[in-house]
Design a binder for this molecule. Structure first.
Ligand SMILES: CC(C)[C@H](C(=O)O)[C@@H](O)C(=O)O
Ligand code: SF4
Length: 455
């Protein structure tokens, strides 16, 4: 009797010592921010990249999404130039700014078919957990570990505990995977998964598209887990068809009946509502139809001060001056399609600045082929190039001090979107509606949604 985690782990152990296992790494994804010192380390030690063919690099964090070539920040320029030079010197494939495959590392891996069930996948980036949606053992690593993987294609790890999160029920209309994870974080806290790898399963998970599953696993890390996992099924295999890289079909990647998790949780999402975060960690959220909660500790007190909000206010009292639809959590085609349903034929409210930033060039092109960019632009949104953009303040897209942003990203920490920026994490549909009304509305009500389907 084995869990999915047991199976993935065992198949990659090449040596064991003092409670640690040396894991073989099947795919190493690289971006410009966390790789420069790792390559420098190789050079200093006169080492090569062991498996350039299992390594793939892209540019995302620093990319200026308004004019992709107009890099004004010197550190950004240096990091991008360094990645170019390193990829050339060490023979690694790079999706550079002019490459059709460029985009946020966690968006392009799956879309190219590099992300495959049964693989071990690492990247110097915490949201590597996203790839777990395919039944891959995928987690973020630090820069010294990036160097170790580049040099050896292996990594020493201690096996984490397993957590099973069963999600049953059918999601109501206007409620998404984003709301499931925000609900879990609110209910069980941002340390819920600490020391664990979370496997999500159950009726509601089976019904999610691959893109929604990625949203769920993307934010497993915000619950303190090392990774998120979902067993591959027909939805997974059909997503993987006709990708650039072909995935072999593996049939035994699931938790055996009778196997048990170290920790188990069960939720039912039949009555779940859209969520909005009011505070400074992703667990500080409320349902759209609730009022902001009373203060129970110092952190919450500080969060209220930072956010300029008060307990007892209703969610619709929160002013929204910025809207960001993007990030590795919610910038895929279906996210943009869902958002478009709430703005078609409407206008962004005066005083609101709204951005749509597709997660990759491929998403951008696919959206344009469907005419989505026209819907966004006509409504008053800025239609951008692919990159991390306003998800974090590493490029020109920032939220000014003291202003509020409805954001489809995954982190609402102090200063995350710029100094003094006030972030509210929501689904793409909630963000789109907030752009139109300048506040959060309950998108479950039919009146907010255009009766069009892009399916
Ligand atoms: C820059 C990078 C190291 C960082 C991460 O690891 O997650 C970033 O992607 C983030 O989302 O905060
Ligand atoms: S989109 Fe945001 S969370 Fe994702 S990799 Fe980029 S900065 Fe990190």
């Amino acid at each position: 009797m084995k869990t999915l985690l047991d199976k993935l782990w065992e198949r990659h152990v090449v040596a064991s010592r003092n409670g640690y296992d040396l894991l073989y790494i099947d795919l190493h994804l690289v971006h410009e921010v966390t790789s420069p010192q790792a390559f420098e380390g190789l050079r200093l030690n006169d080492r090569k990249v062991r498996r350039p063919d299992l390594t793939f690099a892209t540019m995302d964090h620093n990319v200026p999404t308004r004019e992709i070539w107009n890099v004004t920040d010197q550190i950004a320029q240096k990091q991008m130039d360094t990645l170019r030079m390193n990829c050339k010197e060490f023979g690694i494939e790079l999706a550079d700014l002019d490459d059709e495959r460029q985009g946020i590392v966690h968006v392009i891996g799956p879309e190219l078919g590099l992300t495959q069930p049964g693989k071990t996948i690492v990247c110097g980036d915490s949201h590597t957990s996203t790839h777990g949606a395919f039944g891959a053992l995928a987690f973020g690593i630090g820069t010294s570990e990036v160097e170790h993987v580049l040099a050896t294609q292996t990594l020493w790890q201690k096996k984490p505990k397993s957590m099973g999160v069963e999600i049953s029920g059918v999601l109501p209309k206007g409620v998404y995977a984003k709301d499931i994870i925000l609900h879990l974080l609110k209910t069980y806290g941002v340390a819920m998964g600490s020391g664990h790898i979370i496997e999500f399963y159950g009726e509601a998970v089976s019904r999610l598209s691959m893109e929604e599953r990625m949203t769920l696993c993307n934010m497993a890390i915000e619950g303190g887990a090392k990774a998120g996992l979902i067993a591959p099924d027909e939805t997974t295999w059909s997503y993987l068809q006709n990708r650039h890289y072909t995935s072999p079909k593996v049939t035994d990647l699931f938790t055996d009946k009778g196997a048990s998790y170290d920790t188990s949780i069960h939720i039912d999402v039949s009555h779940l509502a859209p969520y909005v975060t009011w505070g400074t960690n992703p667990g500080m959220g409320v349902r759209v139809d609730e009022v902001l909660p009373p203060v129970t500790d110092e952190n919450e007190d500080r969060a209220y001060v930072y956010m300029g909000l008060k307990p007892g206010q209703s969610v619709s009292d929160i002013p929204v001056q910025h809207v960001f639809i993007g990030s590795c959590t919610n910038s895929r085609l279906s996210d943009l399609e869902e958002a478009a349903l709430y703005i078609k034929g409407k206008k962004v409210r005066e005083g609101v600045r709204a951005l749509v930033v597709p997660g990759s060039k491929a998403v951008r092109n696919a959206a344009m082929a469907k005419g989505l960019h026209t819907i966004f632009i006509e409504a008053g949104f800025e239609w951008r190039e692919a990159g991390c953009s306003m998800c974090l303040g590493m490029n020109p897209d920032q939220v000014p001090n003291g202003e509020h942003c409805a954001s489809t990203s995954n982190r609402n920490f102090e200063g995350r979107q710029g100094k003094g920026a006030r972030t509210h994490l929501v689904s793409p549909a909630m963000a789109a509606a907030a752009a139109v009304y300048g506040k959060f509305v309950d998108i479950r009500k039919e009146e907010y949604r255009e009766a069009v389907s892009y399916a």
